[in-house]
Design a protein around this ligand. Sequence first.
Ligand code: FAD
Ligand code: FES
Length: 256
Amino acid sequence: MKVLDLIVKESCAVSATSVRMVLTAHDTLPDMQPGQFVELRIDDTPGVLLRRPISIHDYDKESNTLALLVQRVGKGTAWLCSRQAGDVVNAVLPLGNGFTLPSEGAPCSPLLIGGGVGVAPLLFLGRELCRRGIVPTFLLGARTSKELLCKDLFESVGTVYVTTEVGDEGVKGFVTHHPVLSEGDFNAVYVCGPKPMMQAVVTMARAGEVWCEVSLENRMACGIGACLCCVEDTLSGNVCVCKEGPVFNIDRLKWT
Ligand SMILES: Cc1cc2nc3c(=O)[nH]c(=O)nc-3n(C[C@H](O)[C@H](O)[C@H](O)COP(=O)(O)OP(=O)(O)OC[C@H]3O[C@@H](n4cnc5c(N)ncnc54)[C@H](O)[C@@H]3O)c2cc1C
Ligand code: FES
């Protein structure tokens, strides 16, 4: 874990409320795993004292860059979304435990399901799967086609299916309504998004006895297991999501 001043290389709006940022640092970035996150300091913003957790959306060791996908929901994310090329953002990284990756050569047919800005960590995960010779299938959900984030980037990594709640792109409804879920032959499912969406997918994965990991986005403050504000009641007791997660196998969760 390092504390670094990240320098914004580029920042592009990818929807009316979301921005994709590419950042670098003078120092070498530490190695990162898909599913891990960064805690970003929000400067010059009265009332925002705590760092904000954001998933690592992409990471390229060679170019010493990482990418973040940020949706504006409050003061902290508004400050992040207003950063421009050349601006500095202080980060603690990488934090948490990421997704479990199949060992090289192991047969794996993964489905990566993301809802809203929950698609963020799945691009980096998809790239890592590709490096292991596995072509991932993505199922991306959004309210409308305009809120569907970075579809073209996901298409450059794997096969992409889409659902939108209003039905202006892909299958109309929630991700759980997409036929690929029941018709596809997947032996691993990775999920990140709003809790009700993840719970619906978990119910289906359990019914089909499919291995599944979810990335929880409980409210966080310290990000290092000190403040206990992100606790999740699991089958092995109360755990800090920031330290033991944010990624959990569904066998550990009490979700019914
Ligand atoms: C491990 C982790 C990874 C995350 N990755 C991303 C990411 O890649 N991109 C991204 O845009 N956001 C991500 N988030 C959510 C992000 O951290 C929050 O949106 C952010 O902290 C809100 O800060 P704010 O000051 O803008 O809003 P606040 O003023 O703190 O909150 C504004 C509104 O957002 C709600 N909110 C705040 N945090 C969360 C949360 N964790 N889950 C659900 N609702 C919340 C609040 O209840 C409130 O209604 C992640 C959260 C976690 C825990
Ligand atoms: S955010 Fe402080 S313990 Fe998890």
